[in-house]
Design a protein around this ligand. Structure first.
Ligand code: C5P
Length: 239
């Protein structure tokens, strides 16, 4: 895989024009784009269609968590759009994960598009051990992440979203996973007022075993986003 293909840019904006202008500037220099609730909520499937028209891979991060039948229907709808990656909360349980993946595969086959990778989100990195305790999930967070990673593997998930600091440990549990990793900070950039605490450089994350890097502000807030993306790809190559 080319280093640039590992870079997936988080389009964290509710504005479609802003998102598409950025995608046009970065065309060919990154692997794809992550569309979250903010942008998908504002524009829905049109975002995916517009990005796909530009030949880009699309990761729709809606973190599905509902009864299995509803998640299956949602995953199938995303698969028909031709998304490459989508997310489900592991806390939705093994039946929900299995039904989501199976429905997505079936819908993709029927629509004649590539099957997407259904990723499980284990424990949100915003959660503390105390919060986990408050919702009645056995902690600590580090143990819950590994337990849910194993459950997601057994349920047929294609991979996981995890923090840079978890890559090596979850790889031990779920060897064949596609690992998608946010919290990336290039050695050369500083994000003003940065809120990421569990972070790593692109080269470190890839060396540890990350398959795809979700990168937002180091690229989207750069004076020259294309140059920033190219510098990150070079940093990965060098690493
Ligand atoms: O701008 P930045 O590079 O921090 O963006 C990271 C992206 O990854 C954001 O869209 C954020 O919501 C997402 N994310 C994260 N940490 C997680 C899960 C997702 O930063 N644990």
């Amino acid at each position: 895989m080319r280093a640039s293909d590992r870079i997936w840019v988080a389009l964290d904006t509710p504005d479609l024009d802003t998102a598409l202008q950025l995608a046009d500037r970065l065309s060919g220099a990154v692997g794809g784009y992550k569309v979250g609730l903010e942008l998908y909520g504002a524009h829905g499937p049109r975002v995916v269609e517009e990005l796909r028209r530009r030949g880009a891979g699309v990761f729709v991060d809606l973190k599905l968590h509902d009864i299995p039948n509803t998640v299956a229907g949602s995953a199938a709808a995303l698969a028909r759009l031709g998304v490459s990656l989508f997310t489900m909360h592991a806390l939705g349980g093994p039946t929900m994960l299995t039904r989501g993946v199976e429905a997505a595969d079936r819908a993709a086959d029927e629509a004649g598009v590539a099957r997407p990778t259904g990723l499980a989100v284990t424990i949100l990195t915003s959660h503390s051990d105390a919060e986990l305790d408050a919702v009645g999930v056995a902690g600590p967070c580090s143990a819950a992440v590994l337990r849910l990673a194993g459950m997601a593997r057994d349920a047929g998930a294609g991979g996981l979203v995890c923090s840079p600091l978890e890559i090596r440990a979850v790889r031990e549990v779920f060897r064949e996973a596609t690992l998608v990793v946010p919290g990336i900070r290039p050695a050369s950039t500083d994000v003003a007022g940065d809120d990421q605490t569990r972070k790593a450089t692109p080269a470190r994350a890839v060396a540890d075993g990350a398959d795809r890097l979700v990168i937002g502000r180091p690229i989207t807030r750069a004076d020259d986003p294309l140059a920033a993306a190219q510098a990150i790809a070079a940093e990965i190559e060098r690493g």
